[in-house]
Design a protein around this ligand. Structure first.
Ligand code: THU
Length: 130
C-alpha cells in the first residue's frame, strides 16, 4: 500500500470520529508488517478525561486482533499545520510499534513524515525495567 493509500484510509476513518465536545476529528491508519491496515478515530467522552485518541484506538484494535509488528501509521486532522500524535499516543505507539514511520496529513495534503524515534527521544520502555 502506498503512503497516499494509507492517508486515504485515515481520512475515511476520521469521518467516524465521535468528537462532540472538541469537534476536532482525527483519523489514523496503522499498517501491520503483513500489510493489514487497521484504522481508528478519536472517541470522546462526557467526562473528557476518558477520551481516546485515534492513534491508540487503531493500535489497541490491532493488538486485540493479534497484530504485533507494524511499519507505519498515517494520522489525519483538518488542520493546515501538521497534527502530531500526543505524548500518550507516542508512548503507546513506541512500546507496541517501535520506530514507526509517522505520516501526517490534512484533508488535502501530506504535511510531514517522521520516524517515531525523532518524535520520542530518550523513551521510557520495557528495556529499562530489565
Ligand atoms: N486527538 C487525537 O485523536 N489524536 C491526536 O493526535 C491529537 C488529539 C483527539 C483527542 C480529542 O478527542 C481531540 O483530538 C482534541 O484533543
Amino acid at each position: 500500500m502506498s503512503g497516499s493509500d494509507l492517508i486515504g484510509a485515515a481520512r475515511r476513518a476520521r469521518r467516524l470520529a465521535h468528537a462532540p465536545f472538541s469537534r476536532f476529528k482525527v483519523g489514523a491508519a496503522l499498517e501491520a508488517s503483513d500489510g493489514t491496515i487497521i484504522t481508528g478515530c478519536n472517541i470522546e467522552n462526557a467526562t473528557y478525561g476518558l477520551t481516546m485518541c485515534a492513534e491508540r484506538v487503531a493500535m489497541f484494535k490491532a493488538l486485540s486482533d493479534g497484530h504485533r509488528h507494524f511499519r507505519r501509521i498515517a494520522i489525519v486532522a483538518d488542520t493546515a499545520a501538521p497534527t502530531p500524535p500526543c505524548g500518550a499516543c507516542r508512548q503507546i505507539l513506541w512500546e507496541f510499534g517501535g520506530d514507526l514511520e509517522v505520516i501526517l496529513a490534512s484533508l488535502r495534503r501530506e504535511t510531514g513524515r517522521h520516524r517515531l524515534s525523532a518524535l520520542m527521544p530518550l523513551p521510557f520502555d520495557a528495556r529499562i525495567l530489565r
